[in-house]
Design a protein around this ligand. Structure first.
Ligand code: S3P
Length: 428
């Protein structure tokens, strides 16, 4: 386990080189693998999670070659995947495991999905249940990985499935299995989660109020094409938060994905008084992107709850850090899902921020942060969670003295260059 030491920052100035979006990258790789013919994925990230997806797809017989611009995937068509020669190692990546389970449920061969110690503690009944309803023979141990999937004897049956949790991974697993079903599979979500799968596969979506019905048609062929991965909004969020909260800061972030189902933190930081400008809005690979600029702001608290939660779920650790620098009380609710992420992000953020002197209460579904207390540098611990490590780095910039972040290497799961970029801006 390695650590990084971050000192109190008196400025953050410059441009940040962001990694490409891992949510879009996993999907591009999986869709390209089951498409007909060769696809290029421009800007495929070298972070650990998207690499886990490539590793699993190669084990399923898909040839993937690195190019100057990204990767070329030789798609094998919906029915061309091969039986793997051993367990498929998803590493730390829940998206890899859950989306691939959707694909594998309809294959005529046995497979097994395994993960690291964090992924091995994450709930999988949420995907096993709908996949079993479709006829998938999916086996877990006490609701947890490894996921063993027996060869499918016939085509899967289509279902209409109302999501019990707002989860893009569950939604995507069911829609992917739907490609292997006889007829039309419908997923209904009452609280919209990130919609990359629907956009990228151009699935028919019907919106009524805030509810959405998404349809996947069995046997629908995916054409090979060029896929392009925008810069990761979730990576940008650490710098938007840090730039707003640290004195004398000006940070520019270029070509960042601003899909509204992902960028709820932009709305929240703006509502908190964050001076963020969004410019050159345009499309890139079917996703909206923009250039973002943030500068030091006078921040006030807000309430973060309700339907915006799935649109900023990954950004809550860093929003909790910003809340320590905002005037007033920030209450975060309806976010119990945070307890089943790469770590229990409610318990771990509360514990670490308390160690740094924050005035913070833990709730079953969130936390309350009373701002205006100056954080103090100390030793904090990522618990192997990339977003916790990076959120604590932002806390370190705000804290008096030095903050030592143990388990700092976890950042490479989504952002291998994070520490270098942060030091460059802070001149540390
Ligand atoms: C993701 C969906 C979210 C998110 C995760 C990536 C995706 O998880 O937290 O980082 O790419 O579909 P859930 O689907 O479990 O909410």
């Amino acid at each position: 386990m390695s650590h990084e030491t971050i000192r109190n920052a008196n400025h953050l100035i410059g441009k940040v080189e962001l990694p490409a979006d891992k949510s879009v990258a996993h999907r591009a790789a999986i869709f390209a693998a089951i498409a007909e013919g060769d696809s290029e994925i421009v800007n495929y990230p070298d972070s650990d999670d998207p690499q886990s997806t490539l590793h699993c797809l190669r084990q399923l017989g898909v040839s993937i070659v690195e190019t100057d611009r990204g990767v070329t995937v030789s798609g094998v068509g919906l029915d061309g995947l091969k039986a793997p020669d051993g367990p498929l190692d998803c590493g730390n990546s829940g998206t890899t495991m859950r989306l691939l389970a959707g694909v594998l449920a309809g294959q005529p061969f046995d497979s097994e999905l395994v993960g690291d110690s964090s992924l091995s503690r994450r709930p999988m009944t949420r995907i096993a249940e709908p996949l079993r309803k479709m006829g998938g023979r999916v086996h877990l141990t006490d609701g947890l990985p490894p996921i063993r999937i027996e060869a499918s004897k016939a085509r899967l049956q289509p279902i209409e499935y109302e999501l019990p949790v707002a989860s893009a991974q569950v939604k995507s697993a069911v829609l992917l299995a739907g490609l292997y079903a006889e007829g039309e599979t419908v997923v209904v979500e009452s609280t919209p989660s990130r919609d990359h799968t629907e956009r990228m596969l151009q699935l028919e979506t019907f919106t009524l109020g805030s509810a959405r019905r998404i349809t996947a048609t069995g046997g629908k062929r995916i054409a090979a094409r060029t896929w392009a991965v925008p810069k990761d909004f979730s990576a940008a969020a650490f710098f938007l938060a840090a730039g707003a909260a640290v004195e004398k800061s000006h940070i520019t972030l270029r070509a960042v994905g601003v899909n509204p189902t992902r960028s709820g933190a932009l709305d929240i930081l703006t509502a908190m008084g964050g001076r963020i400008t969004v410019s050159r809005e345009r499309q890139f690979g079917g996703e909206p992107i923009a250039d973002l600029h943030v500068q030091t702001s006078s921040l006030t608290s807000v309430r973060i709850d309700g339907p915006i939660i799935p649109n900023l779920i990954d950004e809550i650790p860093v929003l909790a850090v910003v809340a320590t620098a905002a005037a007033g009380e920030t209450e975060i609710r309806d976010a119990a899902e945070l307890r089943v992420k790469e770590s229990d992000r409610i318990a771990i953020m509360v514990e670490n921020l308390r160690r740094m002197g924050a005035d913070i209460d833990e709730h079953p579904d969130g936390m309350t942060v009373r701002g205006g207390t100056k954080l103090k540098g100390t030793v904090v611990e990522s618990h192997g969670d990339h977003r916790v490590a990076m959120a604590l780095a932002v806390a370190g910039l705000l804290a008096e003295g030095e903050t030592r972040i143990d388990g700092a290497e976890a950042a490479s799961v989504s952002f291998p260059g994070f520490w270098d970029e942060l030091r460059k801006l802070a001149g540390q």
